[in-house]
Design a protein around this ligand. Structure first.
Ligand SMILES: Nc1nc2c(ncn2[C@@H]2O[C@H](COP(=O)(O)OP(=O)(O)OP(=O)(O)O)[C@@H](O)[C@H]2O)c(=O)[nH]1
Ligand SMILES: [Mg+2]
Length: 559
């Protein structure tokens, strides 16, 4: 049943015309596929596609008016005899010593000029090119005008060079006539190494059982049935199967008629290339089998990456330094004036890290990153490694293996540049530490004021004491309630200073923690940008390429 269905399908297909524009669009899609996968996938699997694109472009550019037909088969099957019989001339030597034909011979129906460039490309030497056009039989032969018939060496040859030549030529011709004979039609080589390989080229395949005269007429149907069964098993159900006797011109008429129709249809070259595209698309399909994945890793995974990067970049250390620096500077600005002086003698925790962002007005972008942020620990490095791997794994999940590898390679491609980029990001981040808060100035000014009051009170008291000691008239101090004003100034000033310092301390601590959180947020944001640029963007680029490749291959499929 299947064989009948195959034959019907083949018959329908052979009636279907290949639209040159559609074929060119399909080839273009293969080219787009190759552009998309360039540098992403190993070249080995792409060779057939590259070969197709190059060959098809050349074949279509060379001549669409010619149909190149090859006679292929085992040695002694009668290829050269058929070649000569079709040409009606003894062009290719026929021999009893096997193998006879060592290089391809060509016969061109019509002017040789147009076919010469085609034969140069196919690689048939000029001395093995013949032209089948004479004034005498021009009319007889006109139906074959445009035919370029090739007599190939034997593909089962003891001569390796013959096999190589056949393999090369079979990749270039438009239609293949497989010539078999009653003795060797069932040979394994022809079926497994050749016919089966051509199952995508059914509509440019013809099988000829030659030397039919050597079979008793009663045997012929059985042999034909057997051969048909083998062809079906090769995936060539429905291909035309003819019988010929090369030594009898009357018994090659059917083959000749088939060739005439093929030449007149001018479809063989297009059908051959369409079959080539089918084969290439089928071969590449597993490379883009999965649905195009999301455009990149999910935000959770990117968040983990940012946290790991923050650890490596020393964000916690810098943030802690920001908190320390805030406290240090706040105390230096708002503390009791004597404490301030002592405070200023101690180093600023942030300056010790050599962070330009920590210094007011430093042009961060002009600074080469050379911070003294502590180097990442082994644990931080391995956490980063795991986070990068997670980005690759999540992004490449479900993709065909070579793409998953490409995603991993992309995720790791810029790891070498990461340390400098992170250092630059940390160095360039605005830590919010370049301006003094207004309240520091205010509290600082009040501290000065109460200190001045205390010193003034002290001075006043000291003056009164000195006058008394010298026996001079004592100073009459103004009084606040019961207490003399200088005492109020001295004690009040000292008390107010201490009180203000005590009240300020928790506010400073709270603000320092806030400054730490703000710095942490800004640093993490800066590090996140680096992570996206150095890890996520290359991964997205590969996923983009995957989407393009998948779409291109869908476009290259036969519609
Ligand atoms: N009886 C008979 N003999 C044939 C037929 N076709 C070819 N021969 C003979 O078979 C032998 C081989 O023919 P060739 O045409 O040289 O075979 P080939 O396939 O070209 O062989 P290689 O060049 O070695 O690959 C010759 O002696 C031919 O005369 C045929 O249809 N009937
Ligand atoms: Mg021969």
């Amino acid at each position: 049943m299947t064989n009948i269905a195959d034959r019907v399908r083949a018959a329908l297909r052979s009636d279907q015309r290949v639209d040159p524009d559609a074929l060119i669009a399909r080839l273009d899609a293969v080219r787009r596929f190759l552009d998309a996968v360039d540098g992403q996938l190993p070249d080995g699997q792409l060779v057939p596609a590259h070969t197709l694109v190059e060959r098809a472009g050349t074949r279509l550019a060379l001549s669409r008016d010619h149909t190149v037909v090859a006679l292929a088969g085992a040695t002694g099957s009668g290829k050269s005899s058929l070649f000569n019989a079709l040409a009606r001339l003894g062009l290719s030597p026929v021999g009893v010593r096997r193998p006879t034909t060592g290089v391809a011979h060509a016969c061109v129906w019509g002017p040789l000029d147009g076919a010469n460039r085609l034969l140069d490309w196919i690689g048939v030497l000029p001395r093995h090119r013949f032209v089948r056009e004479s004034a005498l039989d021009a009319d007889d032969e006109s139906a074959l005008h445009g035919l370029v018939l090739l007599d190939l060496p034997d593909f089962d040859s003891v001569q390796r060079s013959h096999r190589l030549e056949v393999d090369r030529l079979l990749g270039l011709v438009d239609l293949v006539v497989w010539v078999v004979d009653p003795q060797k039609y069932a040979d394994r080589v022809i079926h497994t190494s050749y016919l089966r390989e051509f199952h995508r080229h059914r509509d440019v395949t013809l099988v000829v059982l030659n030397q039919a005269d050597r079979l008793p007429p009663a045997e012929l149907p059985r042999v034909l049935d057997d051969l048909r069964r083998l062809l079906d098993a090769d995936g060539l159900g429905g291909v035309p199967l003819l019988t010929t006797t090369a030594i009898d011109p009357a018994r090659i008429v059917e083959l000749r008629g088939t060739l005439e129709r093929t030449v007149a249809g001018r479809q063989a070259a297009l059908r051959r290339l369409a079959g080539d595209v089918d084969a290439v698309v089928a071969g590449l399909d597993e490379l883009v089998a999965a649905d195009a994945p999301a455009t990149g890793p999910d935000e959770g995974t990117v968040g983990s990456l940012s946290r790991a990067l923050a650890g490596t970049a020393g964000v916690p250390a810098v943030a802690a330094a920001v908190e320390g620096a805030y406290r240090h500077r706040a105390v230096a600005s708002t503390g009791w004036p004597l404490v301030r002086g002592w405070r200023r003698l101690r180093p600023d925790p942030l300056r010790r890290l050599h962070l330009p962002g920590a210094v007011a007005g430093a042009p961060a972008e002009s600074l080469v990153a050379a911070t003294s942020v502590p180097d990442p620990t082994a644990a931080q490095r391995s956490a980063l490694g795991l986070a990068v791997r997670a980005v690759a794994d999540r992004s490449g999940a479900g993709l065909p293996a070579p793409w998953a590898t490409a995603v991993t390679t992309a995720a790791r491609s810029r790891l070498g540049d990461l340390p400098d980029a992170l250092d630059r990001a940390v160095a360039g981040a605005d830590l919010g530490m370049d301006r003094k808060p207004v309240w520091w100035r205010f509290v600082g000014a009040v501290q000065w004021l109460v200190t001045v009051a205390a010193v003034a009170g002290l001075g006043w008291l000291a003056l009164g004491y000195a006058l008394r000691a010298l026996g001079l008239p004592a100073l009459e101090y103004p009084r606040v309630g019961e207490a003399p004003l200088p005492t109020v100034l001295l004690l009040g000033g000292l008390l107010a200073g201490l009180l203000l310092a005590a009240l300020t301390r928790p506010v400073v601590r709270w603000s320092a923690r806030r400054a730490r959180r703000r710095a942490e947020k800004r640093l993490t944001a800066a590090v996140d940008v680096v992570g996206r640029e150095y890890v996520v963007t290359p991964v997205r680029a590969v996923l983009d390429r995957y989407g393009q490749a998948r779409q291109a291959l869908r476009d290259a499929e036969r519609s």
